[in-house]
Ligand binder design. Sequence first.
Ligand code: ADP
Ligand code: MG
Length: 778
Amino acid sequence: MATLTDRLDHLLGRKMADALAEAFDIHTVEDLLRHYPQRYATQGAELGESKPPEGAHITMVATVVKAEVVPFKNRNGKMLRTALESDKQRVDATFFNPQKVAHVIKPGVRAMFSGTAKYFREQLQLTHPSYLILPTGDGEPVIGGRVRGSGELAGMARSAQGADAGVDMEIFDRELIPMYRSTRDVETWAIANSLRQVLDQLDDVPDPLPDAVREDLGLIGLDEALRLVHLPETNDDIDRARERLRFDEAAALQLVLAQRRHAVDERVAPACPPRADGLAAAFDAQLPFTLTDGQLAVAEEISADLSRPHPMNRLLQGEVGSGKTVVALRAMLQAIDAGHQCALLAPTEVLAAQHARSVRQMLGGLAMAGELGAAEHATRVTLVTGSMSVPAKRAALNEAMVGDAGIVIGTHALIQEGVTFFNLGMVVVDEQHRFGVKQRDALRARAREGLSPHVLVMTATPIPRTIAMTVLGDLETSTLRELPRGRSPIVSSVVPAGEKPAWVDRAWQRILEEVADGRQAYVVCSRIGDGDEDDEAGGEPALDLDDFFGGDSGPEPTPRKPARKPKQPKGGDAPQTAAAVAVFDELRSGPLATVRTGLLHGRLPSDEKDAVMRDFTAGLIDVLVCTTVVEVGVDVPNATVMVIVDADRFGVSQLHQLRGRVGRGKHQGLCILVTGMKTGSPPFQRLSAVAGTNDGFELAQLDLAQRREGDVLGAAQSGNVKTLRLLSLLDHEDVIASAREFAQQVVAADPDLTEHPGLASMVTAALDADRIEFLEKS
Ligand code: ADP
Ligand code: MG
């Protein structure tokens, strides 16, 4: 009998075991059992993809409709030329050794064929495919009473045990035929046959899930699930098996995350209970507006976290303009009131500088310690950036080191470069998507002996719940859903530039009208076009799931959608996208000649960037032509119009993020999405969807759905994350949620899982190798 950890060579013979190891890195019984069928074929139904790409290894069940032996055109000898027909397509197949094949591959015969897809005049062709003759549907015996086949079957026949030395036809003589990811060397039927042999000898597989939990969730046992997934009788069997195995995947993931949360919670942080007479209270008293209910609720959660002697590890997400920064600032003041310093990290120097300006402005006298007009208990806000002059930087670093600076603002480099703090108590990270578990761990290491700072991560990118529960699942989440009162929603429209060129002129006209009313505008382009590498659309993507999932290191590079790769082949047929530099020149010498224009992109020297941003903020620039550098966090409430050129080049979430730059003040915001795509085309529809709603969570879900065939799940479900075979972040929110609850309970009672050895080994398997690497990459 066999157990999960047994090696396959004893069970299947050396040859098959080697082939499986070579093709799929399958070594043990468990590895093989976890190679679940990709799909199931019903007898007579289509097995192959309807239009497989050239060069793909395909398997299909087809009936031979024509077979004739014909001479080769250019050389001696003959071949068997056949026409095969499946439900959905016709395939031409040729075989080289007609004398051997012709008496088996005859009209009327049904067989499974497997080979490499090729096209000749659009006709799908297979050259000398392997085949396995199938029993006919009406129970007729296999021709000659014996299994006939070629290719891998011959090798299998040799290695198979038993006197009949054949493939167990039972695998194929069933209603549902499991179809496996296969290769030329290891055909799907070879895998099916191996599994059959292994399952026959497999001992009862012990179940890591407690019975009560299983019953509660209505899940079948692991043993049953593993058997049914490979040898189902009915579709219901498949569903039940997958449901169970999927839960295990979610559970392993959630156990890892629950343990991570637990470990953070074990650490000691400075307790910073609120004070009635401190800076936070003074700040509240001088706020020019009242906080929304959402802001108050979140502030309450954060305040409670800060009061505890364990590090906060919280994600604050909220629509652009929902007032996260105010909430974060209040929290920082609570930490300062308790005698600690705070660091505020921004993704770019432009944003760091902007944060410094707006934080100083909001605090007023509260941030002027040591200066004239300082308030009682006042603190200092210090900006540290790489482009500062040496003396200025030294002074800033000193303020951090001696503790004069209550709030130190900088980019992430602040932490990497090892700025010394006198007494760091809290870190706020603005925009989480470049900031993973490892960076958060690095932050925690920066506090004084044994004390970890509280960490608050802010993001304006609405994060689908499933992502929040998995990729970012070590964080607690707070969400600001409502926008401060009196804000009008942004109106968006899509302009098909090719079909309605006059509408584009109208867009520039709108900008002029707004400027005449004293407002400002953005014109956003997908690339810079200064002659260097032309790519900025993907420069700071709103929700770059590639980062989450490590899509760049998967075994097969999955195609990225065009929105992420605006690079054009030089001189190719693809329409060239408009570059910021060129658009800037065109507009200022053409439609926008009468107003003050400015140019901002990521490759300007940072003092120039700062100057442009400052001028735009101060209203000295009316129209800012820019790239996605404005995507995150830029706050100019007087800007009311945004024209996005080549909008189809941007992702859904990114567009939403971008347009959040307008309509931040009391005036109505307008976003015009210009595209060269035809009305009705998928990219145009995508843009219409963005124009149709201001609900960021809805759009984040759409974004996730759009990428399902592409990078996200491609990377997550192929090789890179081996533990996610059946679990989809898009479809299985409920499973993830119940696994999370389960994991939370188990870990609370048994953090090291010593009393749950089965679960412990699930966790080990999940953490094995670099399998859970994507969690580190958020
Ligand atoms: P976010 O960081 O979430 O994008 P901010 O905190 O920058 O949002 O807030 C956007 C703008 O709204 C700022 O000008 C801020 O002063 C203002 N604001 C924040 N909260 C409120 C509120 N409750 N009522 C009115 N205005 C607010
Ligand atoms: Mg902000």
